[in-house]
Design a binder for this molecule. Structure first.
Ligand code: NAD
Length: 457
């Protein structure tokens, strides 16, 4: 099928590449010329396991092209995916300016029947706004082309995006109950047929319910994390090991094991903004989502947990102290640092007078960009960040090691080397990577999250 993807970011590029891999003829459009140039020169603007190979293979086969030519992009696809960003607006609601700009582009250039697919995460009622925007462009051109707007939210996880897209556990599609909606449903059925060969994975529903489903999913996952983080802090006080509790409750099939890990808070481009946007939608309809207020508040506090533990150990004034930080990305296998806990930690440590040596396997370039922005008003603090060459290099003469992201490469370090390099054998572990008892045994002072009963700290 002929597909156009408007917005070639994480979701758009992965969607385009995977649909090309299945034999579709894909046109990836973006307004960012440098991103398109990178792709056309054989580069990949994001770090995502397996993506490079899929893009390279399909570009060589002529099944995927990258361009900023809006008119050509709109002319190309019978199905037009909108996969642009929906960042938070000042009031927390989803900023729809990019989605509506994409809709305007479609309306400005479309001729025959088009299926428009909202892949971006958008609040309930957005498909109606997209349809009205397209219609208004068509009317101003005096063109009577027809279209149907479909909601097909994306559930891929950064770091496993290609795998998630190729083997989805579910596909949610909301279509209008109308003759045009029926045509759209048939086209979507054909497009997604390869994913349903083994068993049916598609959940068909109305458009508004599909839009809502994405927010409900992310809000539920964020809630599980904040719930466990709050219990972990209590576990530290009452002398309980949160990891034992996690295993104990996760074995209940009604609860399950996923997303129950205590840590130093969730980040990324999705959970924080989607929780806020759902709260905002509720307020617009006169309802207060009390649980989600708490989820956000707990998470904001949890991002400060490592800084708090460090200050409790070394004192509020960290002047002259130096820390090694392992992990900067908001989670492993990505270079995405949007709303990452590492940013809160660095702000806290540097503001209290400390210096840091930081390391992340893939997010170093992004970290340089992000910290230059975070500390643009405080260049003297930026000077206290050393970008280390590798994890061991970061440790040199540090008062403690602080772990923020659970990269695999951090899981089994040579602890003798770690102890040799550090000034003091102290680890603050924001992701509970190590066994506290084993750490005590080898002479490491270990501070995990919700596990102090095992180290008697
Ligand atoms: P992104 O910022 O990585 O990419 C968005 C792209 O859209 C950018 O390249 C931007 O230049 C381009 N763009 C903006 N306006 C445009 C326009 N008018 N025409 C063409 N291109 C335009 O964003 P993302 O992370 O891919 O997220 C996209 C959407 O998918 C968001 O709504 C997000 O919430 C949702 N989502 C993201 C993830 C994720 O893990 N990143 C997962 C599921 C859903």
């Amino acid at each position: 099928m002929k597909i156009t993807i408007i917005g070639t970011g994480y979701v758009g590029l992965v969607t385009g590449a995977c649909l090309a891999e299945l034999g579709n003829d894909v046109f990836c459009l973006d307004v960012d010329q440098s991103k398109i140039d990178t792709l056309n020169n054989g580069g990949i603007p994001i770090h995502e396991p397996g993506l490079d190979e899929v893009v390279t293979r399909n570009r060589a086969a002529g099944r995927i092209v990258f361009s900023t030519d809006i008119e050509a992009g709109v002319a190309h696809g019978d199905i037009q995916f909108i996969a642009v960003g929906t960042p938070p607006d000042e009031d927390g609601s989803a900023d729809l300016q990019y989605v509506l700009a994409a809709a305007r582009s479609i309306g400005r250039y479309m001729t025959g029947f088009k299926v428009i697919v909202d892949k971006s995460t958008v609040p309930v009622g957005t498909a109606e706004r997209v349809a009205a925007t397209i219609q208004s462009e068509l009317t101003s051109r005096d063109v009577s082309a027809i279209f149907s707007v479909v909601s097909n939210p994306e559930f891929l996880k950064e770091g496993a995006a290609v795998e998630d897209f190729m083997r989805p556990d579910r596909i949610v599609i909301g279509c209008d109950d109308s003759p045009h909606g029926d045509i759209a449903r048939e086209r979507m059925k054909t497009l997604y047929a390869p994913f349903n060969r083994n068993h049916e994975r598609t959940y068909w529903m109305d458009v508004r319910s599909a839009e809502f489903t994405k927010y409900a999913a992310n809000a539920m996952l964020a809630t599980r994390i904040s719930f466990m983080n709050e219990l972990a802090n209590l576990a530290d006080r009452v002398g309980v090991d949160i990891e034992a509790v996690r295993r104990g409750i996760g074995s209940d099939p009604r609860i399950g094991h996923s997303f129950l890990y205590a840590g130093c808070g969730y980040g990324g481009s999705c959970f924080p903004k989607d929780v806020q946007a759902l709260e905002r939608t509720a307020q617009d309809y006169g309802q207060d989502l009390l649980i989600l207020h708490a989820v956000e508040a707990v998470n904001a506090k949890q991002k400060q947990i490592l800084g708090g533990k460090i200050k409790k150990r070394f004192g509020e004034d960290l002047t002259g102290k130096h820390f090694a930080v392992w992990g900067l990305a908001f989670k492993p296998n990505t270079d995405d640092m949007r709303a990452a806990s590492s940013r809160v930690l660095l702000m806290e440590l540097l503001s209290a007078g400390a210096s840091v040596a930081i390391y992340d396997p893939v997010a170093m370039t992004e970290a340089k960009r992000v910290f230059a922005l975070d500390f643009s008003d405080m260049p003297h603090l930026l000077e206290k960040i050393r970008f280390a060459a590798d994890p061991m290099d970061a440790l040199t003469q540090a008062d403690a090691l602080v772990i923020v992201t659970e990269w695999k490469t951090f899981r089994s370090p040579d602890f003798e080397q770690v102890k040799l390099r550090l000034k003091h054998s102290i680890i603050f572990d924001g992701r509970n990577l190590f066994d506290p008892a084993a750490m005590t045994e080898i002479g490491v002072e270990y501070h995990g999250i919700g596990r102090s009963v095992l180290t008697r700290i």
